[in-house]
Design a binder for this molecule. Structure first.
Ligand code: GLN
Length: 281
């Protein structure tokens, strides 16, 4: 007979052997997924015995994680701003880092704003904003049909009021203007793409690769966003931790009140900027 405690210990060892960064944590999340027991209770109830079928299911999930499949793709879910979202290989996994950007967008809202989320992926930013401000008009766009399929499910699951559009950046919002534009665009450089964690390699390259220097999307957004913002509108962007200066420089001409915000590790992670009145065309 195998108890939860035995299974956790064995699984942690296998995950550690495979180089998984937090083996004990992942072992507990996956056992919780198989048994339905909240993961914090698994240790307290370590004496519980697992059935043969639970053991087989658990081993199958541990094998996948040993192959460095991301934990969230195996669980099928990720948490973002307290909301449970579906995580599937067609879309970038929502990250805690991106909550920095979301908090800054929320801090600039009163409730009835028109908001555009570019490169929405799973829909995480748009959904979190729409759930907090049900009176806002939130539009989310992505170029990827696979990502939009995940976003559509997340919108349905959460009941968030979000309009989805397919298109390449602003092409999805032609002729419209917004109070707030948020985006977590692809921003990984060519050099970094060659050296990604095995887990990140399982995520869509389309959602990660930002061109040779990682700044391609910021150049396009800095140039085009003024045509899609209302007077005094805000542009909020997630950035790579080394990109604060370069992105600020791209925005300096047509935006003011530039501010950079750190993530939980203290690294620069989001930039906010307000459209200069005179810059509007
Ligand atoms: N933060 C992600 C990573 O480092 C990248 C997300 C993005 O390119 N927008 O893997």
């Amino acid at each position: 007979m195998t108890t939860c405690r035995d299974a956790l210990r064995a699984a942690s060892g296998m995950l550690a052997q495979a180089g998984v960064p937090d083996p004990a944590v992942d072992a507990a999340f996956l056992l919780s997924h198989v048994t339905g027991t909240p993961h914090l209770l698994l240790r307290a109830e370590g004496w519980r015995e697992l059935t043969q079928s639970q053991l087989a299911d658990y081993q199958a999930l541990i094998d996948r994680r040993c192959q460095r499949e991301p934990l969230q793709y195996i669980l099928g879910t990720a948490q973002f701003m307290g909301v449970t979202l579906r995580a599937q290989p067609g879309a970038l996994i929502p990250r805690n880092d991106t909550e920095t950007l979301c908090e800054q967008a929320l801090a600039r809202m009163q409730g009835r704003e028109r908001v555009l989320d570019l490169c929405t992926g799973t829909g995480a930013l748009a959904i979190a904003i729409a759930l907090q401000f049900p009176g806002a008009q939130v539009t989310a766009a992505d170029i990827s049909a696979d990502a939009l399929a995940v976003a559509r499910q997340n919108i349905a699951d959460t009941g968030a009021r979000v309009t989805l559009r397919q298109g390449d950046l602003f092409a999805a919002a032609a002729g419209e203007r917004f109070d707030i534009i948020v985006s977590n665009p692809p921003y990984i450089t060519a050099e970094e793409m060659a050296d990604l964690q095995p887990e990140v390699c399982r995520e869509p390259a389309l959602a990660l690769y930002g061109g040779l220097d990682g700044l391609d999307f910021y150049r396009r957004i800095a140039r085009e966003a003024p045509d899609y913002l209302l007077p005094g509108g805000w542009l909020l962007l997630e950035i790579g931790s080394a990109q604060a200066e370069a992105v600020s420089a791209l925005l300096a001409e047509r935006f003011e009140a530039l501010a950079v915000y750190p993530d939980m590790q203290g690294l620069p992670r989001a930039v906010a900027a307000r459209l200069r009145e005179c810059a509007r065309v």
